[in-house]
Design a protein around this ligand. Structure first.
Ligand SMILES: Cc1cc2nc3c(=O)[nH]c(=O)nc-3n(C[C@H](O)[C@H](O)[C@H](O)COP(=O)(O)OP(=O)(O)OC[C@H]3O[C@@H](n4cnc5c(N)ncnc54)[C@H](O)[C@@H]3O)c2cc1C
Length: 323
């Protein structure tokens, strides 16, 4: 039996796992995906590596800055840009904020891989049932594997947790988790026949009904020209059940309205059903000592931080501290 089981190898879960393992606990992390990093994900697409989840990462708190220094020194992180212009009413302007945006050297998932390090992480392991007895927790996977731990930490998006916790006898009150909501995002990656006519690394699009983000991914790391396109949350909600082909056509057409015509080699669409927290849990993490049960993620409010990579890391570290 483990001291701590963590459901979810997102950045929050991995941040908690790393601290607890460093404190000498036996920790095991379980994730349904094939790799670690959750929404800070990178898709291998032919010769390309495209960040179809988190686009970049900023660090404002001392501990996240220390992680950035660690990544820059070790070579798994690099600074991408200090300026991302916005497009409003057809005009492009560049805000003066100038703060550095960091990306994984070979993809945003490098951050998760670095945090996972030597930890015991079981991927391709979807947990479908939770049970509790006097010794602690039992987690049962879709494939019938059973995992045991004295303490259970949950890192999946809250709406997915409520479903798992609802199946427990004498489980916690889940009303706080039920109040958390996340909005979807359709993402489209496109290999280009030639670079688009632009001099920015990425563009925040504020004046299009479908599109909110265009990144020239080859400005993050060397590689053939490629775009990542992210749709607005309300458009993604309206088109949630569209086919990937429909979404690719719509978002590529939207990008052409903005940057002019371009030739696409191949493309893919990815639907994030739970992309961006909207209503969040009001604390940095949740911890119920009597059940030895906790939760963390970017959907927990940490110190006024927006629902982003930094908030996920801070939430994971806060939960490890509680444990
Ligand atoms: C399109 C998009 C763009 C973004 N852009 C940015 C950006 O530019 N900058 C920024 O800072 N942030 C950005 N973000 C947000 C950032 O990706 C997240 O804040 C952060 O990655 C969340 O980490 P997390 O650990 O809270 O959750 P997650 O990454 O969601 O991790 C949860 C993990 O739980 C696993 N899981 C779920 N259910 C189960 C189950 N039943 N069994 C086992 N495992 C399970 C999932 O597979 C996942 O790995 C973006 C997100 C998206 C989707």
């Amino acid at each position: 039996m483990m001291d701590v089981l963590i459901l979810g190898a997102g950045l929050a879960g991995l941040a908690a796992a790393r601290d607890l393992a460093a404190a000498g606990m036996r920790v095991q992390v379980l994730d349904k995906a094939r790799g670690v990093a959750g929404r800070a994900a990178t898709k291998r697409f032919g010769p390309l590596r495209l960040d179809h989840g988190a686009r970049f990462f900023t660090a404002r708190q001392p501990r996240t800055r220390a992680l950035v220094e660690e990544g820059l020194d070790a070579g798994w992180l690099s600074e991408w840009t200090r300026q991302i212009p916005s497009r409003q009413a057809g005009q492009i302007s560049t805000p003066e904020d100038g703060h550095p945006r960091y990306v994984g050297r070979s993809g945003m998932s490098d951050i998760g891989k670095a945090l996972a390090g030597e930890l015991d992480v079981q991927t391709s392991t979807q947990i479908t049932r939770l049970e509790r007895n006097e010794d602690g927790w039992r987690l049962i996977s879709a494939g019938g594997r059973v995992f045991g731990g004295r303490t259970l930490l949950l890192n999946a998006p809250a709406p997915q947790l409520s479903v798992l916790l609802a199946g427990l006898t004498n489980g916690p009150d889940t009303s706080m988790l039920d109040a958390v909501t996340l909005r979807p995002c359709w993402a489209v990656g496109a290999a280009l026949q030639a670079d688009v006519n632009a001099d920015w690394p990425a563009l925040n699009v504020k004046d299009h009904p479908a599109l909110e983000w265009i990144a020239r991914e080859h400005t993050k790391r060397p590689g053939p020209p490629a775009l990542m396109l992210h749709a607005r949350a309300d458009w993604s909600e309206q088109h949630l059940e569209d086919s990937p082909e429909q979404v690719q056509a719509a978002l590529i057409a939207a990008a052409k309205e903005i940057v002019g015509d371009f030739g696409v080699g191949d493309s893919f669409a990815h639907r994030w059903r739970y992309a961006t927290p909207d209503k969040r849990f009001p604390e940095a993490c949740g911890w119920l000592p009597e059940l030895r049960l906790g939760w963390c993620g970017d959907w927990c409010e940490s110190d006024g931080h927006g629902p982003r990579v930094e908030a996920a890391l801070l939430s994971g570290w806060a939960l490890a501290q509680q444990v």
